[in-house]
Design a protein around this ligand. Structure first.
Ligand SMILES: Cc1cc2nc3c(=O)[nH]c(=O)nc-3n(C[C@H](O)[C@H](O)[C@H](O)COP(=O)(O)OP(=O)(O)OC[C@H]3O[C@@H](n4cnc5c(N)ncnc54)[C@H](O)[C@@H]3O)c2cc1C
Length: 472
């Protein structure tokens, strides 16, 4: 006999029926389930998201709703303060328990605390589960029980831990007929407009196709190919991991099966490199868990108060955002971001270093711009990536290791394929010219802007600012 008659499963960043820990337990423990998604009710001025991401979210919800229908249930939609909406739903449904998967970010954790309190007040059970990560922030600690601040020992420890197995998918859901369904969220609900097509098809089925492609065609050559921005040689699973259309367990274990099936040492090594990206994800989530102040300030206290330029002064920041800096690799990345909601990892580093080290603009401004456009925008990873690039973060690039955007183009895009794809004005330019500043600081071609700064001069300026701050 089931433990409860009716329970609520609160969907958050776990928008799938397969291998979903809380949903699995909610289903096992109850006769009927009310699966709910509660949309936030902020309007377009939210600085941490944009139309593309909301469109992706809406697509995932539509697909989830269809999948719940298929299982015989109904996905209920509510909008507003999550905790208050849950409180109302508990009363409306007479649910005896609330099930949810924990969110590693501080806002999610705060909501969980409040929901737990509401359940206690009403006198019903509260069940939360770890699902978004393979290992929680408090599981991977140094020998003395402290959080790691450096990635390599963290990832070694992470890799040594036994990985949790997945849980069985939920195939049947009974939702009481009396509950009003509510409306599927639309981008317009947040006062935003999304035009064009999403570069990634949203939803669990599409995510599963991406995983299949990643396992069959990407991860065996990942080490060799992943740094080539012109090749389609990474998994593109970021948004799926963000919204939970795939579980990290499934991604890890499918890669592990490929590892076990492979006889090639090179391919096996490559698969391990891929799996270690999941450790980067959890490393930054653990950093955010233990040091939530990183959302406001530099992780390294030694770099707080460093001198930065005002992004509102002059047009530097706008030119960077628009992909009109005159540095082809930077412009290609910024245009890829704006046009597709994605940017290759190598180019994320180059554009982030350019903003912080060549234009001297604080990483927080770049971080917010990325969050506005990236479909895979994830506050922990984005913050980690930005602080890494700026030299202020956990295990960051040392401040004096400043990438030269010209030589970076030569190294990662020697034929200029990536650059020409995103900066069509440069179509006819010899790619060799992308690896150094144009002669006499002139133009690479008539339709393309001159480099807005001299990299060597700005590099010296950055070194001087960091040095001065360190000494004073
Ligand atoms: C400035 C900057 C900003 C970034 N912002 C984000 C962000 O908002 N969201 C995000 O998921 N990643 C971010 N990254 C990390 C990385 O660029 C993306 O995860 C990756 O490009 C996504 O493409 P993919 O899914 O094909 O990744 P793959 O290379 O196929 O990797 C598989 C998965 O591992 C994780 N991963 C890979 N690299 C990293 C990394 N360096 N740090 C953390 N997790 C990683 C992601 O979940 C990714 O989907 C950022 C990096 C930088 C330098």
């Amino acid at each position: 006999m089931a433990r409860y008659k009716t329970v609520i499963h609160w969907f958050r960043r776990d928008l799938r029926l397969s291998d979903n820990t809380a949903l699995h337990h909610a289903s096992k423990d109850s006769e009927q389930m009310v699966p709910v998604y509660i949309a936030s009710d902020w309007k377009s001025d939210h600085h941490w998201t944009g139309p593309g991401r909301q469109a992706f979210l809406c697509g995932c919800l539509e697909s989830l709703s269809n999948n719940v229908d298929h299982a015989g249930g109904r996905l209920i939609f509510r909008k507003g303060d999550q905790v208050e909406e849950l409180r109302k739903l508990i009363h409306e449904t007479e649910a005896e328990a609330v099930y949810l998967n924990c969110d590693p970010d501080p806002f999610g954790r705060e909501a969980e605390k409040r929901v737990k309190e509401v359940c206690r007040e009403i006198g019903i059970e509260y069940h939360d589960f770890q699902d978004v990560v393979l290992h929680g922030a408090d599981e991977i600690l140094t020998g003395s029980g402290n959080p790691y601040k450096v990635y390599t020992p963290y990832s070694n420890n992470w890799f040594d831990q036994e990985k949790p197995e997945g849980v069985e998918g939920v195939r049947t859901i009974h939702t009481p007929g009396s509950i009003g369904k509510g409306d599927l969220p639309r981008v317009g609900d947040w006062g935003m407009k999304f035009e064009g097509d999403l570069v990634r098809e949203p939803g669990e089925k599409a995510a599963r196709r991406r995983l299949k492609r990643a396992v069959e065609d990407v991860i065996s050559d990942y080490s060799e190919m992943r740094n080539d921005p012109s090749a389609d040689a990474t998994s593109h699973l970021g948004a799926d991991l963000r919204y939970g259309t795939l579980s990290p367990r499934e991604v890890f274990h499918r890669a592990e099966e490929a590892f076990n099936a492979s006889r090639s040492e090179a391919n096996r090594k490559s698969i391990r490199t891929f799996q270690k990206q999941l450790a980067w994800r959890e490393f930054f989530m653990a950093i955010l868990h233990h040091y939530p102040e990183v959302l406001e300030t530099d992780f390294n206290p030694g770099w707080r108060g460093l001198s930065w330029d005002d992004p509102g002064k002059g047009d530097s920041f706008e030119r960077w955002k628009d992909g009109k800096t005159g540095f082809p690799i930077v412009d290609a990345g910024m245009r890829q971001l704006r046009e597709s909601g994605y940017m290759h990892n190598r180019v994320r580093m180059i554009t982030a270093m350019f903003l912080t080290k060549d234009l001297h603009i604080h990483w927080r401004h770049g971080e917010a711009h990325f969050m506005k456009y990236l479909l895979d925008g994830e506050i922990a990873n984005n913050n980690g990536g930005w602080q890494w690039s700026a030299g202020t973060g956990a295990d960051a690039a040392p401040y004096f290791r400043i990438q030269n955007p010209w030589t970076q183009s030569e190294r990662w895009d020697p034929e200029g394929e990536y650059i020409k794809r995103w900066v069509p004005e440069l179509e006819k330019v010899n790619p060799k010219r992308f690896s150094k500043p144009p002669e006499n600081q002139g133009k690479l071609c008539a339709d393309y802007v001159e480099p807005m700064v001299d990299h060597k001069t700005e590099r010296e300026e950055t070194l001087a600012r960091f040095k001065k701050h360190k000494e004073g």
